[in-house]
Design a protein around this ligand. Structure first.
Ligand SMILES: [Zn+2]
Ligand SMILES: [Zn+2]
Length: 254
């Protein structure tokens, strides 16, 4: 399995893209950086699995639908927990901020441009060759993390997160998970902000990692906030020397 990191950061600044992972030409997790990274290839995307409704994770859905709806022949299927889907539908693609594409028919077929498919916590789905298991993340709004597997191995993506025992339970129990992709948003001295906004700092992740009872997991972090990148690039290798920091365009092979 190859995961391409289309967007690795927790905010937009210069060329930096926000959270967006590509599982295949057809499947993405989060929509933080589709248009600039994929260009015309955004026409191949059929499914976007959202972790939550924060802007840095959904921002390119409206632009992608607007660009692709005159070419597409089947709906773009946006998936996530029902709160996330309602937020996109009721607050963004609602005719006020952007057209309500779930009521606009594709020019090349009778289907609607967008469909919304709710996912249930703890209930796996199969999409093409991937088995995807949504679990409840610990963030400020309803959020899903995902365990994704193909051919019997895969990764756990925590989404934006604060302390969450579910992550470590799953990793300890399920040996088919080979990779952890998680986040660090702020330097450790900003732990109060991290707690309120429910994000990790290097020290909080280090404390949490005490619950991981395996040493064969590769750990990657992303979602660095652009206003803290230089501090984090210094602090993360000091506090967590074995953790790899993702940037836009990186690939993870499992
Ligand atoms: Zn975020
Ligand atoms: Zn968030």
């Amino acid at each position: 399995m190859k995961i391409k990191v289309l967007g690795a950061y927790g905010g937009r600044f210069g060329d930096l893209g926000t959270t967006c992972l590509q599982l295949s030409e057809r499947i993405l997790i989060d929509a933080g950086n589709i248009m600039r990274s994929l260009g015309e290839k955004c026409l191949d995307v059929d499914y976007v699995l959202l972790t939550h409704a924060h802007l840095d994770h959904i921002v390119d859905i409206p632009f992608m639908v607007d660009y692709t709806f005159r070419y597409r022949e089947q709906p773009l299927e946006v998936m996530g927990c029902s709160d996330t889907l309602s937020a996109v539908k009721d607050y963004i693609m609602n005719w006020n901020i952007w057209p309500e594409f779930s009521s606009i028919r594709l020019i090349n077929s009778g289907d609607y441009a967008v469909t919304y498919t709710p996912l249930d916590i703890g209930k796996s789905i199969v999409l093409n060759d991937f088995e995807i298991f949504p679990f409840k993340a610990n963030h400020t709004i309803p959020t899903l993390g995902y365990i994704v597997k193909k051919e019997g191995k895969g990764f756990l993506f925590t989404a934006d997160t604060y302390r969450n025992p579910v992550i470590w339970k799953k990793l300890n129990e399920d040996k088919e998970i080979k990779v952890l992709i998680t986040e660090i948003s702020y330097p450790s001295y900003m732990h109060n902000l991290a707690e309120i906004s429910k994000h990790y700092t290097p020290k909080i992740l280090k404390e949490e990692l005490r619950s991981l009872k395996r040493d064969d997991i590769e750990i990657y972090v992303m979602h660095l906030k652009p206003n803290s990148i230089s501090e984090l690039l210094k602090e993360i290798p000091e506090v967590l020397p074995d953790v790899k920091i993702l940037k836009d365009g990186d690939e993870i092979i499992i």
